[in-house]
Design a binder for this molecule. Structure first.
Ligand SMILES: Cc1ncc(COP(=O)(O)O)c(C=O)c1O
Length: 369
């Protein structure tokens, strides 16, 4: 056949056909829940005034029904990041603060703690064959170090693994023995079952703080709303540390409006999360990536490919991810051979994800994504 041989070489162009697939930030890829007409039309009412605290009390009552905790145990903040800042800068006394964690973990919590004058150390989760030995080692380290705070993100960011609640309950007891606070960051808490959460424990353990967020499972990162659930003795410190009118009236109204129907939204979101997560794990493993221990229930995962700058490789192929090197501060093993990937939110992106992985892994086409 007389075909143009020029077309067998790559043609010079600066136009890329690879549209970006955003797997970088840990938001909900399925979008926010629907806000009813009534809530939309009433959004601007009262917006010219500082709000009355009855708005916050109404939200606390909705959240207490959802989280099955007492309204007095809840303190609202600007995102759970706001809660971390509040705890580190105001709630803890300032002399020689130390934090112990399990790395890799949510790095902004660690850097924020250091900026507030604290020191940080961590156990490397990959050094332990199983969760049991990891948590036994953590308990002995707590007894040895007697830290001010033990910080555990559950589900863990970046791996998306879920620690068994019983381990955290045991850690909480050991923290109590040495006068440490246990801070369990459940920013991804909407992806675990209620029985897996530490929310229940907050009423019983007087050294426990549990963080929650509207940013992840609830699909509302833009409203910047989070909350702390604390034991009664800690709640008074939390309540007196918040500045007046912290969360905005707009975010309070939106959160109040979505909560009554949230279970249906969450059920759908969880179902789709599992579907896309399992599919992406299969695709990654097929293309020679190592998927670090994770749960199919969470929307993030950590992958490794030896001797490759993974974030760059994926970025060059239009897939935006967070490089493992961002997490180095929490675990020295983390480098550019690792990347955190958030699941895609639709079939087209799933198919494109697989197509692009196969292109650079040189895996032959098969039929299903
Ligand atoms: C474990 C963890 N905690 C807290 C946050 C902060 O989230 P936000 O301030 O949006 O609630 C994040 C965000 O990525 C996170 O992954």
């Amino acid at each position: 056949m007389k075909l143009n041989p020029q077309l067998e070489t790559e043609l010079a162009t600066y136009v890329s056909s690879l549209y970006p697939i955003d797997c970088a930030l840990g938001t909900n890829p399925f979008g926010p829940p629907n806000l009813g007409f009534e809530a939309i039309s009433g959004l601007m009412t009262g917006m010219g005034e500082y709000y009355s605290y009855s708005h916050l009390a109404e939200l606390a009552s909705e959240v207490s029904k959802y989280a099955i905790v007492n309204a007095e145990q809840i303190t609202f903040t600007n995102g759970s990041m706001g809660a971390l800042e509040l705890i580190f800068n105001k709630v803890l006394s300032n002399d020689k603060k130390s934090m112990l964690g399990i790395g890799p973990q949510f790095v902004e919590a660690v850097s924020e703690f250091k900026v507030s004058g604290g020191s940080y150390s961590s156990l490397n989760m990959f050094d332990y064959a199983d969760e049991e030995s990891l948590f036994l080692a953590l308990q002995s380290e707590i007894r040895k170090q007697k830290p001010t705070l033990v910080y555990i993100d559950n589900p863990n960011n970046p791996t998306g693994r879920i620690y068994a609640r019983q381990h955290l309950v045991n850690v909480c007891k050991v923290c109590r023995e040495v006068g440490a606070i246990l801070l369990v960051d459940e920013a991804y808490g909407e992806f675990i079952e209620h029985e897996e959460s530490m929310l229940f424990e907050a009423a019983k353990c007087d050294n426990l703080l549990v963080l929650r967020s509207f940013s992840k499972g609830m699909g509302l990162a833009g409203i910047r709303l989070g909350y702390v659930v604390s034991s009664p003795s800690l709640s008074k410190y939390l309540h007196s540390s918040v500045v007046p009118f912290g969360p905005s009236l707009a975010s309070i109204k939106i959160a109040k409006a979505i909560l009554p129907d949230i279970e249906a939204y969450l059920a759908k979101s969880k179902f789709r999360t599992r579907h896309y997560k399992l599919a992406m794990m299969r695709q990654l493993e097929e293309c020679g990536f190592e998927v670090m221990e994770t749960s199919p229930k969470t929307p993030i995962l950590l992958v490794k490919k030896s001797f490759v700058n993974l974030a760059k490789l994926l970025d060059d192929n239009g897939i935006m991810v967070a490089s493992g090197s961002h997490f180095k501060e929490t675990n020295p093993q983390m480098d550019e051979q690792y990347a955190r990937i958030r699941i895609v939110g639709n079939d087209q992106d799933l198919w494109q994800f697989q197509y692009r992985l196969r292109q650079f892994a040189r895996v032959p086409e098969s039929t299903t994504p």
